[in-house]
Design a protein around this ligand. Structure first.
Ligand code: NAD
Length: 315
């Protein structure tokens, strides 16, 4: 029997956040969502939550925290695109650094028990010295997005020391699955899925031989739930440990959608890492987390979802 808590999920209307909200509700928690709907969708949300439609940088967080009294904070709201952060580092820092700091401040002032942060493994380590990267690998981000996430991890460490605010920073690989927005700049599996279903040629940036660590969204939700345990503190990689090229993803999806066309090619994007995979042994040891969904199964589940929503509008 789970001890029912009041839980604040920022970015809860988004891709990962909405799956997390569903699981928290199933477990009997009281869920409060704070989201500005910049990329999230109301349709992703159950009506059993308390929804605050607001930007984390504009909300009166003291008032929200006083009223809702959250015991746990899952912070997922973010500017999520590496490319956008390259074009507009100020906007990225405002959303991803200042926004996180404001939430941390509210969390420590209002006695939050634990702050669970959605960080990145894919954009944190830079071009790796060795693979798969463990949490001790040097942190050398190649984009303002990755830098902002690493700065926030440092704030979390400091708040933990100064104010005994317990935290976990979950460093995800490339998360994929149902509800990922195919209209964004991130999320190659969602983007390819939509293009293939619409009969359009997907665009591959660079050679397509760049490799990523793909992890299924429900496995990422599992990691968030396990991170509630008070003994889980610090940074944890959340990835499959395997690296898969974008070209391979293209082939696997092409087979699933019976797509016949060739992809379009475009120059590689600044800020993108060439090859990354994450060693998640620490997560297994300390949280009991391991990915349960293999890439083939995860892609099938994702393709089933995109086939079902094909007729719905994403705009
Ligand atoms: N998807 C991935 O592969 C991946 C990988 C590593 C880390 N992450 C992190 O996981 C988190 C969730 O990402 P996602 O893939 O679900 O993206 P998403 O865009 O679907 O979700 C982000 C949510 O935050 C909301 N939001 C954005 N800025 C906000 C603001 N200023 N105030 C309030 N709400 C705001 C959006 O409307 C959206 O609902 C992010 O922090 C992201 O950086 C994602």
């Amino acid at each position: 029997m789970v001890d029912s808590k009041t839980v604040l999920v920022t970015g809860g209307a988004g891709f990962i956040g909405s799956h997390l909200v569903d699981r928290l509700l199933e477990l009997g928690h009281r869920v409060v969502v704070l989201d500005d709907l910049s990329s999230g969708r109301l349709a992703n949300l159950s009506n059993r939550i308390n929804f605050h439609h607001t930007d984390i940088n504009e909300a009166n967080l003291d008032e929200t925290f006083s009223r809702e009294n959250p015991q746990l904070v899952f912070h997922l709201a973010a500017q999520v695109s590496v490319s956008t952060s390259m074009r507009n580092p100020l906007m990225d820092a405002e959303a991803n650094i200042l926004g996180t700091l404001r939430l941390l401040e509210a969390s420590r002032r209002h006695g939050v028990e634990k702050f669970i942060y959605s960080s990145t493994g894919g954009a944190l380590y830079g071009d790796p010295d060795y693979l798969p990267c463990d949490e001790d690998h040097p942190i050398r981000p190649l984009s303002p997005y990755g830098l902002a996430k690493s700065v926030c991890e440092k704030y979390l460490e400091l708040y933990n020391k100064m104010f005994i605010l317990n935290y976990a920073a979950l460093r995800y690989g490339n998360v994929y699955g149902p509800r990922q927005d195919p209209n964004g700049e991130a999320g190659v599996i969602a983007i390819f899925s939509q293009a293939m279903l619409e009969g359009k040629q997907p665009v591959i940036f660079g050679s397509g031989e760049q490799e990523r660590d793909f992890v299924y969204v429900q496995d990422v939700v599992d990691a968030n739930l396990l991170a509630i345990n008070e003994n889980v503190t610090g940074a944890y990689n959340i990835g499959s440990g395997e690296s898969t090229s974008v070209n391979r993803i293209y082939q696997m999806l092409r087979d699933l959608y019976r797509f016949r066309k060739t992809p379009l090619k475009s120059p590689s994007r600044l800020g993108d890492v060439q090859k990354i995979s994450l060693n998640s042994e620490k997560s297994l040891r300390e949280m009991g987390w391991r990915p349960k969904t293999g890439l083939k199964e995860g892609l099938e589940l994702t393709a089933d979802y995109f086939k079902q929503v094909q007729t719905r509008s994403w705009v």
